[in-house]
Design a protein around this ligand. Structure first.
Ligand code: CU
Length: 311
């Protein structure tokens, strides 16, 4: 990173230091069925028990907001069986019979079961592609070492992530297009940070369309993949009425997100329950090179649209 980049980042950190969010639970540890329930909240109200499950969606019951899932054995808790699970609107919208998923199962006091943190199973075709992309990115970041940060003029790294529809999105899809990128997380409580950034991305999308900018794609990459699953991103986009024709919300394995943040020079770190983060917005040209970057929250949609290529 050049000295200018460092200064920008530090300035960003100070401006954005107030960002906060609370983390609802720990990331599940693969291989252990019972998810550690850390009491991050008040001690009197312990977090509900969570169990990692893998399984296959059998049926989607939209009116009842239920997924019928045949799940594998949950060691020490229950054998393999078909069960009904309550899910969020976003997860309900994405679910399809036959899908292989992994998720956290949460039993409630009144005998219901919920599923949260639903992801395509790593053993599915999509899961394997995303895992391979994460590994490649890990190696790339490692190989670049101190030069991991991509300057303006450099090519962006390859990635494979999921969008808000649970589809695999690979960076190759954006070659030949202009790409505007920012980084957010859906639970960001600071109005001037992620919410403002999302609003400006929407404005840029609209202004670019009005200005006749061709082949534009916009992506928002999550800073918080432990919470922002495809279903969470789907609901985030739907609630805001975002036109996802050329505006996607991306998430994926924690290592892949971490490596992308390193390469794009974005800082995001949990300090206890608080996610501290900087903001960066980038414009990437049709050849995959970074053509413009704005650090912090003081950027305007118009400034980006003016820098986009027209026919
Ligand atoms: Cu934020």
């Amino acid at each position: 990173m050049n000295s200018n980049g460092s200064v920008m980042l530090i300035t960003g950190m100070i401006l954005l230091a107030a960002t906060a969010c609370s983390r609802s639970g720990d990331t599940p540890v693969p291989g252990s069925a019972r998810v550690a329930t850390t009491a991050t909240g008040k001690k009197a109200d312990p977090a509900p028990e969570r169990y990692l499950i893998t399984g296959r969606v059998e049926r989607v019951d939209v009116p009842r907001k239920i997924l019928v899932v045949f799940h594998d054995e949950v060691k020490g808790y229950m054998p393999a069986m078909t069960m009904e699970f309550l899910v969020s609107d976003g997860d309900l919208a994405l679910a399809k019979p036959g899908q292989k998923i992994r998720a956290e199962m949460i039993p409630s006091k009144d005998g219901d079961f919920r599923l949260e943190k639903i992801w395509p199973d790593d053993r599915s075709i999509e899961g394997a592609a995303v895992a391979a992309g994460a590994l490649q990115l890990r190696q790339d970041t490692h190989t670049r070492g101190k030069n991991a940060y991509r300057e303006v003029g450099e090519t962006v790294p390859d990635f494979s992530l999921y969008d808000q529809s649970g589809r695999v999105v690979q960076s190759a899809r954006f070659r030949g297009k202009q790409l505007m990128v920012n980084f957010i997380f859906t639970r960001c409580p600071v109005a001037t940070m992620c919410p403002a950034s999302t609003a400006k991305m929407m404005t840029a999308q609209k202004l670019a369309r009005e200005a006749g900018v061709p082949n534009l794609e916009l992506i928002s990459i999550t800073l918080d993949p432990s919470y922002d699953t495809p279903g969470v991103l789907k609901e985030f986009a739907d609630v805001r009425g975002i036109d996802t024709v050329n505006f996607s919300f991306l998430t994926g394995p924690e290592t892949a997100i971490k490596d992308l943040l390193t390469q794009f020079g974005v800082i995001a770190q949990f300090q206890g329950d608080i996610l501290q983060h900087t903001l960066t917005t980038l414009l990437i040209d049709a050849a995959g090179k970074i053509s413009h970057r704005a650090d912090g929250s003081q950027w305007e949609a118009q400034e980006f649209v003016q820098k986009m290529r027209r026919p």
